[in-house]
Design a protein around this ligand. Structure first.
Ligand code: PBG
Length: 337
């Protein structure tokens, strides 16, 4: 069928602008919506008490000591944000070659999870699984003879997941990109009695330069130095490969998948959603936040407008939700109090 006849002919009988003339009409024909239910807020935890420490490359984003973090998360919960994702800025002294601190039930991540849980907020807690906040080399897995080794890392990652589940997190989010980790983690969680703990896998995570400001925020940039993560994170040139990654994670038992970074990878979100029809999340990463914020701070872009437009673009691409450092601001704009 040809599009012209199915839409009733052409100009002047067809005028695309007719539906756009009024606000109510634009609302009526709108195909996608963005609500606060779509937003997940990533937060940074740090040691101490009463600490709110700005992240230089992410204006408006702070690292919070546990007491302040609980207050910040309470604000997000009150704004209707369904879930937060915690990332710890581990003290340099606690980092080791093998990242043993990841398995310490008293580590910053676990203490943060417990403190938020104790506040009894109606908010899901997502805990990242990867070794980079805890290793002196800043890699997500164990390093042996210069290689990030896969199978030996799986054991650590599964244990890390169980420790975080024991601390009370609701969702485990493996961001390490080792092969087989989802199945390994699922089995470990189940054996330890955490069948109800969900998994959101960073299924298609690319080796991206857009993670720079995040590595500042958690203090892994110095550790990583000139190293990179190209032997496990995906090549930005690939797209079919993302579908294989997602298929494997689903087969291994993930409950939800994520594509990361966000805006430069909207095509991947679309393909994943169309192919698999599972809950699919996008991560608008630190570098994307930094870009939009820097241009807004210079007066080159309208910050709020480009932010909301970028979030809607994720929904249009097929995302069920978005991890974004703008979550709180977006929630405030959508539901002014
Ligand atoms: C670490 C991790 C990274 C991000 C989330 N978890 C960085 C990396 O892989 O180096 C990036 C988040 C962001 O840039 O906002 N496993």
């Amino acid at each position: 069928m040809n599009l012209q006849s199915s839409s009733g002919g052409q100009f002047p009988s067809t005028r695309m602008r007719r539906n756009r003339r009024t606000i109510w009409s634009r609302r009526m024909v709108r195909e996608n919506t963005l609500t606060v239910d779509d937003l997940i807020l990533p937060v940074f935890a740090t040691e101490g008490r009463g600490v709110t420490e700005p992240v230089a490359s992410m204006p408006g984003v702070n690292r919070y000591s546990t007491d302040r973090l609980v207050e910040f998360v309470a604000t997000a919960a009150a704004a209707g944000i369904p879930a937060i994702a915690i990332f710890p800025a581990t003290a340099a002294a606690a980092k080791t070659e093998n990242g043993e601190e990841a398995l310490n039930p008293q580590n910053l991540m676990c203490r943060s999870i417990r403190a938020i849980k104790e506040a009894n907020l109606d908010v899901g807690i997502i805990a990242d699984v990867a070794l980079d906040p805890y290793t002196t080399h800043g890699q997500d897995g164990l390093v042996r003879d210069g290689d990030v080794v896969n199978d030996e890392s799986l054991d650590m990652l599964a244990k890390q997941a169980v420790v975080q589940a024991a601390a009370g997190c609701d969702i485990i989010a493996p961001s390490d990109m080792m092969d087989g980790r989802i199945g390994f983690i699922r089995q470990a969680l189940d054996r330890a009695g955490y069948q109800h703990v969900q998994i959101m896998s960073y299924a298609a995570k690319y080796a991206s330069a857009f993670y720079g400001p995040f590595r500042d925020a958690v203090g892994s940039k110095g550790s990583l130095g000139k190293g990179d993560k190209r032997t496990y994170q995906m090549d930005p040139a690939n797209s079919d490969e993302a579908l294989r990654e997602v298929a494997l994670d689903i087969a291994e038992g993930t409950d939800m998948v994520m594509v990361k970074p966000g805006m430069p990878y909207l095509d991947i979100i679309r393909r994943v959603k169309e192919e698999f029809r599972v809950p699919t999340f996008a991560y608008q990463v630190s570098g994307e936040y930094a870009m939009l914020s820097a241009a807004a701070a210079n007066g080159w872009l309208d910050g709020d407008a480009v932010m909301l437009e970028s979030l809607m673009a994720f929904k249009r691409a097929g995302a069920d939700g978005i991890l974004t450092y703008f979550a709180l601001r977006a929630a405030e704009l959508m539901n002014p109090s």
